[in-house]
Design a protein around this ligand. Structure first.
Ligand code: ADP
Ligand code: MG
Length: 622
């Protein structure tokens, strides 16, 4: 456009667009999901602003999304009445500022990653170039004039004041000029199919400019109206006008003395509502089908291939009322807890009486549980306050506490279902079979989170400890929980014995085990680097103290004082010789009864690092 201000895309953004526009990725449909999701976000933002400042709504009070095609020009338009973008927003959000996800997504794509995940990396907008070779973004923000952003994905974009298009009032219109081979997105049927698929749970009405064949009764001697003319005429009319035409015809029919009438097919154009935009979480769990739960999860996760592992849907009553629908994903998010400072903030979406407030409230869920996804909708929180006040609101603490309880309960049930299913083998039918393996899967993906919970969430430590699973000297290939360990302890056994190391194979051969195995005592094998940190916070379980089998305070049974004394005397010289030989390298050399077949062993002091811990610390220092 003439007079437009030219910009270059930030380098990584430019590379990303280059990959997208040349992509052979077959599921191009996802662009629509991303654009509708952006429109919905913009509408959420506006609605939130309007809570404290009604004037934000201005003359454009309807919060909605409209989709329209122009077959001749081969354009597809998506328009929302959301918050819109100022000129500065357009420049920054759509081109010059690379988000943190940009390089991460580029990296994924180079490794053959899935384009479908683009939305999870915060660069979903650029997916328009899967289907378009030229895009215009018209936007009107309350604080600025209407602008056009345009780009053919050639490394540059331009922004100019919009003096040629119809004023938007407020919001954004994305006009896509479709590529040669993506003309299918001009078809109503295709668009309806996609909106049904991707936008079932969008909380704003989505309309499509669509045609409908209707029967129209006209006097037999009259020519039917030209359908094409009608389309233009009805463009801005609402439903009512179309209905009225039909009703008038009916009336004519009823009057018997009128001339003969005939029925003709007529094409009427109108805005058709495509979604029912009611909130799934407000429905009663008994009215929601499994497939609806799955689809809602996929909408939240912006990933249509993944199914949730489990969900919990409940209503909390009392002082603080809220509803929540929470999912455990099938897989941990990329780099989950790898970088514990950048937690998955978008875990839960907070609504207050159906109005979306935020999805980055860390106050809503402890970080060890930030792998969850879901929505929380509160009736108790006040609507007309700022984010900051809300963040400090006392109810939030109660909500968090209740959510954590419910979740831990869900994990527990998953674990119990698995134990039951294990016990009954497969004979009891499909329900049990479905449960079998579920907890193992959960623990495989999120076991670390359980362990971090033990370290960080003292009030729930005991509940979390029951969720731990370990191999033991007796469990074979299976992993067992501490409850099972305690249940089969020896009658006079007071402690829970454990040993930590790199693998269960290595531990099974450890001389530390000799005496314990001889006495038929079960030993828990801890092979995760984090386990020893966990054990420093978890000193007992079910009133039984934990005992590290590699430490010098391990006592097995009562001391035979006389025999010990005799042995001590017998080996006095050897001990002295060892002591002299090792010098400062050891704290003490002792005669002990802790071994069965090996002659000697190096143990660590009760309060020092175990050898395994030293190994881990060394590895981390590298
Ligand atoms: P994300 O939605 O994850 O932030 P996108 O690449 O989809 O990433 O969008 C980038 C940014 O562009 C958004 O964060 C938003 O600021 C802006 N944006 C995109 N679409 C719209 C829209 N319809 N209305 C207002 N702002 C939008
Ligand atoms: Mg987006």
């Amino acid at each position: 456009r003439e007079g437009a201000q030219k910009f270059s895309f930030q380098a990584e953004v430019s590379r990303l667009m280059d990959i997208i526009i040349h992509s052979l990725y077959s599921n191009k449909d996802i662009f629509l999901r991303e654009l509708i999701s952006n429109a919905s976000d913009a509408l959420d933002k506006l609605r939130f602003l309007a809570l404290t400042d009604k004037s934000q709504l201005g003359d454009t009070a309807d919060l909605e999304i409209r989709i329209k095609v122009d077959k001749e020009k081969r354009t597809l338009e998506i328009r929302d009445t959301g918050v819109g973008m100022t000129k500065d927003d357009l420049v920054k959000n759509l081109g010059t500022i690379a988000k943190s996800g940009t390089s991460a997504f580029l990296e994924q794509m180079q490794k053959g990653g899935d384009m479908n995940l683009i939305g999870q990396f915060g660069v979903g907008f650029y997916s328009v170039y899967l289907v378009s070779d030229y895009v215009e973004v018209l936007s009107k923000h309350n604080d600025d004039k209407q602008y056009i952003w345009e780009s053919a994905a050639d490394g540059n974009f331009a922004v100019s004041e919009d003096t040629e298009n119809e004023p938007l009032g407020r919001g954004t219109l994305i006009r896509m000029h479709l590529k040669e081979d993506t003309q299918e997105y001009l078809e109503e049927a295709k668009l309806k199919e996609l909106v049904a698929k991707y936008s079932e749970f969008i909380n704003f009405p989505i309309h499509l400019w669509a045609s409908k064949e209707v029967d129209k009764e006209v006097p037999a001697d009259e020519e039917p109206e030209d359908a094409e003319d009608d389309a233009d005429k009805d463009e801005d009319a609402d439903d009512k006008d179309a209905d009225d035409d039909v009703e008038d015809a009916d009336e004519v029919d009823e009057k018997e003395d009128k001339p003969k009438i005939k029925t003709v097919k007529e094409t009427v154009w109108d805005w058709e509502l495509l979604n029912d935009n009611k909130a799934l979480w407000l429905r009663s769990p008994s009215d929601v089908s499994d497939s609806e739960y799955d689809k809602f999860y996929q909408a939240l996760a912006k990933n249509e291939y993944e199914k949730p592992l489990s969900h919990v849907h409940f209503k909390a009553e009392g002082d603080v009322e809220f509803r929540a629908l929470l999912y455990v994903p099938e897989k941990a998010p990329p780099n989950f807890l790898g970088d514990y400072t950048s937690v998955n903030k978008a875990a839960l979406k907070l609504y207050v009486r159906r109005v979306f407030i935020s999805d980055d409230f860390e106050e809503l869920i402890p970080r060890y549980l930030s792998f969850l996804r879901g929505v929380v909708d509160s009736d108790t929180l006040p609507l007309s306050v700022s984010r900051e006040t809300l963040q400090a609101h006392a109810s939030l603490k109660t909500i968090k506490k209740k959510i954590v309880r419910k979740l831990l309960d869900m994990f527990k049930k998953m674990a119990e279902a698995e134990t039951d299913a294990d016990g009954k083998e497969a004979e009891e039918g499909d329900a049990d079979k479905a449960d079998a393996g579920k907890y193992a899967k959960f623990y495989g993906e999120f076991g670390k989170a359980v362990k971090l919970g033990i370290i960080e969430d003292a009030p729930n430590r005991n509940r979390l400890a029951k969720l731990l699973r370990f191999h033991t000297s007796k469990s074979g290939d299976k992993q067992i929980g501490l409850e099972e360990y305690v249940a089969r302890m020896q009658p006079d056994q007071k402690q829970i014995y454990y040993l930590s190391g790199a693998s269960k194979e290595e531990l099974a051969k450890s001389p530390f085990l000799e005496k314990l195995l001889q006495k038929d005592l079960e030993v828990v094998f801890m092979t995760d680097a984090i386990d020893e940190y966990v054990m420093s916070h978890l000193t007992e379980f079910d009133d039984k103290k934990f005992q590290n089998a590699s430490k010098d305070n391990l006592k097995l049974g009562k001391d035979d004082k006389k025999a010990a004394k005799a042995l001590k005397a017998e080996f006095k010289d050897v001990v002295a010789w060892w002591k002299e030989l090792l010098g400062q390298a050891v704290t003490a050399v002792k005669v002990s009864d802790r071994l069965a077949t090996s002659p000697a062993i190096v143990v660590t002091s009760q309060y020092g690092w175990s050898a395994n811990m030293e190994r881990i610390m060394k590895a981390q220092a590298l």
